[in-house]
Design a protein around this ligand. Sequence first.
Ligand SMILES: Nc1ncnc2c1ncn2[C@@H]1O[C@H](COP(=O)(O)OP(=O)(O)OP(=O)(O)O)[C@@H](O)[C@H]1O
Ligand SMILES: [Mg+2]
Length: 243
Amino acid sequence: MTTPIYTVASGKGGVGKTSLVINLCHILAAEGKKVLLLDADFGLANADVQLALAPEVDLAQVISGKIGLGKAVTTVTKNFDLIAGRSGNNELAFMAGLEQQEILTQLRALSVNYDVVFLDAAAGLDATTLALCTAGDKTLLITTPDPSSITDAYAVVKLLKQRQGVENCALVINQASKNEGARVAEKVQAACKNFLDVDVPLLAVLPADKQYAMAVKLQSVAAVAFPACDVVGDLKVLAGKLV
Ligand SMILES: Nc1ncnc2c1ncn2[C@@H]1O[C@H](COP(=O)(O)OP(=O)(O)OP(=O)(O)O)[C@@H](O)[C@H]1O
Ligand SMILES: [Mg+2]
């Protein structure tokens, strides 16, 4: 069986992609799954910051041709590997399409060493983000109940369908109560079905949680620092649906 590659995307920024994927990686690694996270927010990479790491190798060295992707891996913890980006790096921020394709080709090859691979995409809808969503097997589309976040999530589904011919999104509603999350999901699903004829299954509704936010501020990870908090329980259920 080929290793699933999930691209985490949102349209709108700051909805919780990076912290969510880092928590998922920790949860899956603790369950014995081999996990690789690639920081694909090429211009403003910060998965390493949220993990309080200072990687010695990163994607900038891959792009400059110094090392292959396999040599750019930093061990976060047992079973959890990171390929870090480098924030503000000119070559990464303005990488050509061919270079992106080369990274994705190398990533597919590397993925055989893992049970699951995650790409943490940048906010926005540029060609790179769409290419990452297309290259992955599934796009985890994160939205909050904020109307502009919902609109942007719909825009991702629309552009993926219209530009790339791809229908691979599944929804995660973040920072919402169960009722509110269900309502948001219905709204997105109805628009996607009616206007695009695309089904977007709902994978999870995650509550807003003070301890989760505190963990991000402390450059810690809720799944490690506050394993009993509500979001972590829901993330464990989500993790079980992915691998
Ligand atoms: N469920 C939650 N409960 C409380 N706070 C949350 C939750 N999810 C995300 N946050 C907060 O939202 C902020 C943004 O989170 P994060 O950096 O993960 O978002 P992002 O989508 O990766 O942002 P960007 O688009 O800039 O990459 C953080 O301060 C984080 O603590
Ligand atoms: Mg992020």
